[in-house]
Design a protein around this ligand. Structure first.
Ligand SMILES: Cc1cc2nc3c(=O)[nH]c(=O)nc-3n(C[C@H](O)[C@H](O)[C@H](O)COP(=O)(O)OP(=O)(O)OC[C@H]3O[C@@H](n4cnc5c(N)ncnc54)[C@H](O)[C@@H]3O)c2cc1C
Length: 504
């Protein structure tokens, strides 16, 4: 297949890591392109995780993970401010229930200090209960990390991707990379990357493929690591439970991970989980199971007693890209000049992501990739209206200027028609109900889209977008759309002969 498209740098994977790299490359005079196999950004681990900006006391001192976690946490607040991404530095507590666990807290404190985590300290039982009255009386001490926070993870990914596209970057969806070939030395570009539909020529490739990191690495050489996909299931509880705790409440970590946490979310809900289960067959299987959900109830109740499990609004799971390495693997691949990878980006990958992009840029420079500064102006910021976060005066002013902000479509979350329209017209237009949910926050409340779903489908069709709606509620497509069924059973309404590309 002849390469139809060319670029200077090609990123594979549009999760929070791939988009952090793309965002960090905006200031340079380079044509950058992302290939993503799904129909949107943030469709892997980035959309289903605990959403914690970890402080950084957990990774082993001296590792890249320790360094990038602490640095990512430090950069996060300013980044979220620039990109209108919800973030709260609410702090975290690791509970100890015995003297043995108290000793573990001292180890974590020591590690944290060596990693450079600011203001860590151990609380006795009295101070703990004063700070977090909701925790169980059996907790005898806690490690307090004031720099830990909570974030909207898919919004961070989306915001970076939107700003990348607004600056002329391109993303191709439905583009699973299946082949990478090195061209003859006289060819204008060193590599050809092939997807199902197309071929792309480039000199520099960056892998950011999450749980598929080892498979994609195997397209060019035998990987020296393996991904160990590990599923984590969750309970999400209604906002009525959202103030049960005001910090992220962890239990002591063990060999399986950071254990079950209880935490507020930036949307005001309560999240409990995750479990830890290695997947040996379908590594993309994000089911939830009654056994694992019961395990969460039992473990979370040990930390916070009176959680009302009846107020459960959703269960979900995400798959960690754990690997056979105990560190992130971020490097130029040995023997493959110009091919870089960010692999094994397990937790705290989200918290580290604001630092992973800049770190990758440094690696490119060190390897001799020419990165001249952009001559034209560019922007690294994004403004987004979150109607429900405005004051009454600001709301009144906005509605006066544009009455669509006065019409509530999602009653549970108070999302207005104006915000949904903004999402539909955004730089990376949504192609499914779920994608509108990630952009506008619709359907996240108690009714889970039961009331607003049909109106949003209408708005998607009015806008002539490709849309996906859940099985069983398929409206007929207008003449310019055809119907396809997605792997997860959703119907996709695809514009006939559409270029599935976003960007210039
Ligand atoms: C249960 C759970 C809890 C977690 N909790 C936290 C937490 O609280 N804090 C924290 O810091 N971290 C947490 N993490 C880790 C964090 O979510 C991840 O480290 C981060 O999201 C990884 O981002 P990524 O971009 O590397 O991967 P992903 O988000 O998985 O993105 C990879 C992308 O690559 C695409 N792709 C793969 N193969 C191909 C191909 N061949 N062609 C084209 N595209 C391809 C995929 O479709 C996907 O979109 C958690 C993870 C899980 C699963």
């Amino acid at each position: 297949m002849d390469a139809k498209k060319t670029c200077d740098i090609l990123i594979i994977g549009a999760g929070v890591v791939g988009t952090s790299i793309a965002y960090s490359l905006i200031p340079y005079e380079k044509e950058v392109l992302i290939l993503e196999k799904n129909n949107d950004v943030a469709m892997g681990a980035t959309r289903a995780n605990s959403a914690i900006m970890h402080a950084g006391y957990d990774p082993r001192p001296g590792t890249l993970m320790a360094r990038l976690n602490v640095e990512g946490n430090r950069l996060c607040e300013e980044l979220c401010r620039k990109l209108s991404v919800p973030f709260s530095r609410c702090g975290s507590l690791v509970l100890a229930f015995s003297d043995t666990e108290k000793a573990l807290l001292s180890d974590l404190l020591d590690r944290g200090i060596r990693n450079g985590v600011p203001d860590l300290r151990i609380l006795d039982q009295e101070e703990l209960r004063e700070m977090e009255p909701g925790v169980s009386e059996e907790a005898v001490a806690a490690l307090y990390a004031p720099s830990a926070g909570i974030i909207n993870p898919w919004e961070l990914c989306l915001a970076q991707a939107e700003v990348f596209v607004s600056n002329g970057g391109r993303i191709f969806f439905h583009s699973e990379v299946t082949k990478i070939e090195e061209n003859e030395p006289e060819a204008p570009y060193r590599y050809t990357v092939t997807t199902g539909n197309d071929a792309y020529s480039t000199n520099t490739i960056i892998f950011a493929c999450g749980t598929h990191a080892d498979e994609v690495h195997a397209l060019i050489s035998e990987p020296d690591f393996q991904i160990v996909p590990t599923r984590g299931e969750y309970y999400l509880l209604d906002k009525s439970e959202g103030n049960k705790v005001s910090h992220v409440v962890f239990q002591c970590p063990n060999e399986k991970g950071k254990g079950v946490l209880v935490a507020p979310t930036v949307h005001g809900n309560l999240i409990c989980g995750p479990t830890s289960e290695v997947l040996s067959e379908d590594i993309d299987d994000t089911s939830t199971t009654s056994g694992k959900l019961s395990e969460i109830k039992e473990k979370a109740t040990r930390s916070v007693r009176d959680i009302s499990w009846r107020d459960n609004v959703r269960n979900f799971s995400g798959i960690r890209a754990n690997s056979t390495s105990d560190d992130f693997i971020i490097r130029e691949i040995p023997g493959r000049k110009g091919i870089f990878e960010a692999a094994g980006i397990k937790s705290p990958g989200l918290a580290s992501s604001p630092a992973i992009g800049p770190y990758m840029v440094e690696l490119l420079k060190e390897s001799g990739v020419d990165l001249p500064p952009k001559e034209n102006t560019y922007t690294l910021t994004r403004k987004k209206i979150h109607f429900r976060d405005l004051s009454n005066e600001e709301r009144a002013e906005l509605v006066r200027k544009d009455p669509s902000y006065g019409r509530i479509v999602c009653r549970c979350e108070g999302v207005t028609e104006g915000e949904i329209r903004d999402a539909l017209l955004s730089p990376i237009p949504p192609v499914s109900l779920d994608a509108v949910k990630r952009r506008a926050g619709t359907g996240m409340g108690r009714c889970q889209g039961g009331f607003c779903g049909p109106r949003i489908v209408e708005m998607l069709i009015e806008n002539g977008k490709n849309i996906a709606v859940p099985c069983g509620s398929t409206p007929l497509p207008p003449a310019h759309l055809s119907i396809e069924q997605d792997a997860d059973g959703s119907y996709l309404f695809v514009p006939r002969d559409a270029e599935k590309e976003v960007g210039s």
